[in-house]
Write a protein that binds this ligand. Structure first.
Ligand code: SAH
Length: 232
């Protein structure tokens, strides 16, 4: 056990081979090639060591542009999708302001957000994953990031309203509490299930709250784990 912890620390500190800064920069070059242009987002993706968030055995695959298992039937989001969602929230030179993330998972996207936004709250419904995320984030010293155990469908009333909301799990419709907790002028991005377009089809939807109404824009097709209800 001690040996494992030691190895993990050594890997985090040295960042050699497949987990090095250069590997991360190649990932960022790939994101540019795929159309991500927001320099602030690209800098955050270059700064966050994604290999820290995946299991030891998968660390060498951490910078591939793919979702990977993180245990308990959940996944770490694909780098392109993380970049795309944050870029969409920031489009037009917007500041993210106070952010709410639903679905902390391993904590990767939360760490990227904390590099781009002044204040980030993230909710996870599986206690064991939240504990793991805390461990993963320990060395990164992100003092503007707060993790909460709870059902993200309910949002986080005590810290609302939020300027930006980002949901990392797919729902059939937008949770009402999240619409209510979005500030006027704020934006939310989430994957929605589109059963009329076929089984398993999901699309990213960007929602903006105006003074009187919400507007919605459909974006890329994506694949996320389902947004569940209740806590585990
Ligand atoms: N943000 C993660 C992706 C995690 S996958 C990353 O950076 O890679 C989605 C996560 O959403 C899972 O951990 C799952 O447990 C969580 N989730 C699903 N439904 C939820 C809910 N209602 N409230 C909070 N978290 C939820």
């Amino acid at each position: 056990m001690v040996g494992q912890v030691g190895m993990r620390e050594a890997k985090n500190l040295a960042g050699i081979g497949m987990t090095s800064q250069r590997t991360r920069e190649r990932m960022v070059d790939r994101l540019r090639g795929e159309g991500i242009t927001d320099e602030r987002v690209l800098a955050a993706m270059a700064a966050v060591p994604r290999h820290v968030f995946v299991e030891e055995a998968l660390a060498s695959r951490a910078y591939e542009d793919t979702a990977l298992p993180i245990g308990l039937g959940q996944t770490i989001s694909q780098p392109y999708v993380v970049a795309k969602m944050i870029e969409a929230l920031r489009a037009g030179g917007r500041d993210l302001g106070k952010v709410l993330e639903i679905g902390t998972g391993c904590g990767y996207q939360a760490a990227v957000l904390a590099h781009v936004a002044p204040e980030v709250y993230s909710i996870e419904r599986i206690q064991a994953l939240l504990d793991r995320a805390r461990g993963n984030l320990l060395g990164l010293k992100l003092s503007n990031l707060r993790l909460t155990y709870g059902d993200g469908n309910l949002g986080l009333a005590k810290a609302a309203p939020f300027d930006s909301i980002i949901v990392a799990a797919a729902a059939p419709e937008v949770p009402q509490a999240l619409l209510q907790q979005l500030a006027v002028g704020g934006r939310m991005i989430l994957p929605l299930k589109m059963p009329q377009a076929g089984r398993g089809v999901q699309r990213l939807v960007l929602i903006e709250r105006g003074p009187r109404a919400y507007t919605e824009k459909a974006m890329d097709a994506v694949r996320f784990v389902p947004l569940e209800t209740g806590r585990l």
